[in-house]
Design a protein around this ligand. Structure first.
Ligand code: ADP
Ligand code: MG
Length: 243
């Protein structure tokens, strides 16, 4: 099986600070990879390199076999094939929920307004927020906003969904509804890479857990192994601090 997303030897520094020192990460289709690691270990930087929000210093990122880090590649065209959701402030505040979800499909993908609208309403229905389609984001709870952000990312029919600690900014009682949606999206076959501190969730939903440490993937494997019986002392140390 060839990987949908294949990160090969990626190096990324900010000035003197070498954050990624040769990261390898292959994500097969329909698989969920949970990216774990201490704060500052480079999880966001890795997701930003994979979504071309940062330029890598060395190594490659392949999307469906195509080297998207090649400078000759049209980065905008690549980004259209990715769905990205961050920790917070994902939605356009001046657009209704429905317009948030239809914006990219219409403006960037050239779909007809009616087709995009129909699909968006279907997505909002699926996430239980069809009745909020006319609301502005600030009228929604943080959990509802993140669910809309996921719907918006799905609206472009991405090859892979990149989620960066999307529940970290939420009140604890709102985390569950967002994780449930991610799980549903995963069960429907979406390929997902998610940086997360939710170890219980990673254990239940991820096929692979990758522990990022000091700029490399120190350990990766099935959740039961990496989270339950890690090989590396530093993985154990990290887990003992957060669980
Ligand atoms: P994580 O998401 O695992 O907490 P990050 O990828 O956000 O880690 O950060 C890893 C390191 O990279 C940190 O030391 C951070 O200060 C640094 N860093 C991230 N983005 C930038 C940037 N745009 N400019 C300078 N340093 C950055
Ligand atoms: Mg981060």
């Amino acid at each position: 099986m060839s990987a949908v997303l294949d990160v090969r030897g990626v190096v990324k520094a900010f000035g003197e600070n070498v954050v990624l020192r040769g990261v390898d990460l292959a994500v097969d289709e329909h698989r969920v990879v949970a990216l774990i690691g201490g704060s500052g270990s480079g999880k966001s930087t890795l997701l930003r390199c994979a979504s071309l929000l940062e330029v890598v210093d060395d190594g490659q990122v392949l999307l469906d076999g195509e080297d998207i880090t090649d400078p000759r590649v049209d980065a905008d065209a690549v980004r259209r094939r990715l769905g990205v959701v961050f920790q917070a402030y994902n939605l356009f505040p001046h657009l209704s929920v429905l317009d948030n979800v239809t914006l990219a499909p219409v403006r960037v993908h050239g779909r007809s307004r009616s087709e995009a609208r129909e699909e968006a309403l279907g997505l909002l229905e699926r996430i239980g927020l069809a009745d909020k389609s006319g609301e502005y984001p600030d009228r929604l709870s943080g959990g509802q906003q993140q669910r809309v952000a996921i719907a918006r990312a799905l609206a472009v029919r991405p090859r892979v969904l990149l989620l960066d600690e999307i529940t970290s900014a939420l009140d604890p009682e709102l985390v569950g509804e967002v994780l449930r949606l991610v799980r549903e999206v995963a069960e429907q076959g979406m390929t997902i890479v998610m940086a997360t501190h939710e170890m219980g969730f990673a254990k239940q939903v991820a096929d692979t857990v990758c522990f990022l440490d000091r700029g490399v993937v120190l350990e990766s494997g099935p959740p039961d192994q990496v989270l339950g019986d890690p090989v590396e002392a530093r993985t154990r140390q990290f887990l003992s601090r957060i669980i």
